[in-house]
Design a protein around this ligand. Structure first.
Ligand SMILES: Cc1cc2nc3c(=O)[nH]c(=O)nc-3n(C[C@H](O)[C@H](O)[C@H](O)COP(=O)(O)OP(=O)(O)OC[C@H]3O[C@@H](n4cnc5c(N)ncnc54)[C@H](O)[C@@H]3O)c2cc1C
Length: 386
């Protein structure tokens, strides 16, 4: 490395980092060497994944191709995953992605690090809470693996009616279940059964009461069975519920709350109680000023907010500003995450429930609105071929 050149390492190509890359495409300091460590050459946009499941979008319509973005940003791609971080030594341990096109270094060092690797399901914790889940369930994370496997479920359903159960009744679980139902209906495959296992609480428990009522009405209208129970174990063909009951189930789908990645635990970075990277108003680690983080992997120390794509997207521009400012030794700018965000919950069949703070409404217009927002997001970061 030439004297004076600084190394910026971006972990993950998440919602905030695609913006950082777009920004670097406009403005790339000559003395900044940029590397992106991320397993895939595309970034899956989760907001459109239920639409992909439903059959509205093709797989590639939900993917931002990274090659043109990386090229425009003047960034190098390392096809792998971060599996360890030593923040004291400013080093990251790398595991090559099985399909990696080139050989991958075992370690990467940095002067400036930014983490946007999203949320994960920790298989060990999962197996402790729900034995058999890691082996038998189709997990929604990593979302790339889920998108790969979903067509197999459709193939299965073409042979015989299936019973699908989504475990986890947050926005993602509800959207996915209704999307699955719509897909099998659109394919002319009647007779399948759809169950939502909530974990004990109500479906959409994080939403205000009015939105929850709308959700329940949709689920009921669409013939979804809602079980207000916790799933405590999974084996081939059935779920075990906390009450002692079992539920016959061909395809268990796990959309439960996510975890912080295990590799952060020994990193030396200050972490929240839940193990996420603790950041200040500049999206900067509270323990290591040369480390920044955004999206589901991070937790704001000053004002924790929910983990969702909307917050990750909003953090993109201030993160880009602050990485460039940190590189130049300039003052950082605080990021003010929104108090309320627009939430559009797709219910399949071109219908969505819109909510913003205490306000809520639903209809086909809400679905079209979501479709427009999602497509605009994709278009913004989808550059022409490299
Ligand atoms: C089905 C579904 C639908 C959703 N719909 C919505 C919605 O409509 N609106 C909303 O606000 N939120 C939605 N969410 C939540 C949303 O997906 C997340 O909050 C959002 O993806 C977080 O973005 P992120 O940038 O933190 O991480 P991600 O988008 O998960 O990106 C992480 C990136 O890091 C890479 N990566 C992962 N691990 C590593 C590693 N160890 N090393 C290197 N790279 C790594 C990944 O490949 C990926 O490129 C949905 C979630 C799901 C599952």
């Amino acid at each position: 490395m030439h004297h004076g050149i600084k190394k910026l390492l971006l972990l993950g190509a998440g919602h905030a980092h695609v913006h950082v890359l777009a920004r670097l495409a406009e403005q790339h300091p000559a003395d900044l060497d940029v590397t992106v460590l991320t397993p895939y050459d595309f970034q899956t946009y989760s907001g459109m994944t239920p639409g992909f499941v439903a059959g509205h979008y093709s797989e590639t319509e939900c993917q931002i191709p990274l090659a043109p973005l990386l090229k425009a940003a003047g960034a190098r791609w390392v096809a792998g995953r971060c599996v360890g971080l030593d923040a004291g030594a400013r080093r990251v341990r790398v595991a090559a992605h099985p399909n990696s096109p080139a050989s991958v270094p075992a370690e990467l060092s940095y002067d400036l690090l930014s983490i946007d690797t999203g949320a994960v399901l920790n298989r060990q914790r999962l197996d402790a809470d729900m034995p058999g889940a890691a082996e038998h369930a189709l997990m929604v994370r990593p979302i790339e693996a889920f998108a790969r496997l979903w067509p197999d479920v459709v193939v299965l359903a073409r042979r015989q009616p299936v019973s699908l159960a989504v475990i986890g009744a947050g926005a993602a679980g509800i959207e996915l279940l209704l999307a699955m139902r719509q897909r099998l209906q659109a394919e002319g495959l009647p007779g399948s059964r759809f169950t939502l296992v909530t974990g004990g609480g109500e479906a959409g428990g994080n939403y205000p009461a009015g939105v929850r009522r709308r959700i329940l009405r949709q689920l009921k209208q669409q013939g979804v069975t809602v079980l207000r129970e916790a799933c405590v174990g999974i084996e081939a063909g059935r779920l075990h519920l906390a009450s002692g009951a079992t539920l016959a189930c061909d395809v268990p789908i796990l959309a439960i709350g996510t975890h912080a990645p295990a590799w952060l635990q020994d990193s030396g970075l200050a972490l929240s109680d839940s193990g996420h990277v603790l950041v200040n108003p500049f999206q900067q680690s509270t323990s290591h000023p040369e480390v920044f983080a955004a999206g589901d992997v991070s937790s704001r120390a000053d004002r924790p907010h929910p983990r969702s794509g909307v917050y990750a997207v909003r953090a993109g521009p201030p993160l880009a500003d602050n990485l460039l400012a940190a590189h130049r030794g300039q003052a950082l700018k605080p990021h003010h995450p929104p108090v309320n965000t627009l939430n559009l919950l797709s219910c399949g069949a071109g219908h969505a429930i819109a909510s913003w703070g205490p306000l809520h409404a639903e209809g086909a217009w809400a679905w079209r609105w979501k479709d427009r927002i999602d497509r605009a997001f994709m278009a913004k970061y989808t550059l022409g071929p490299a």
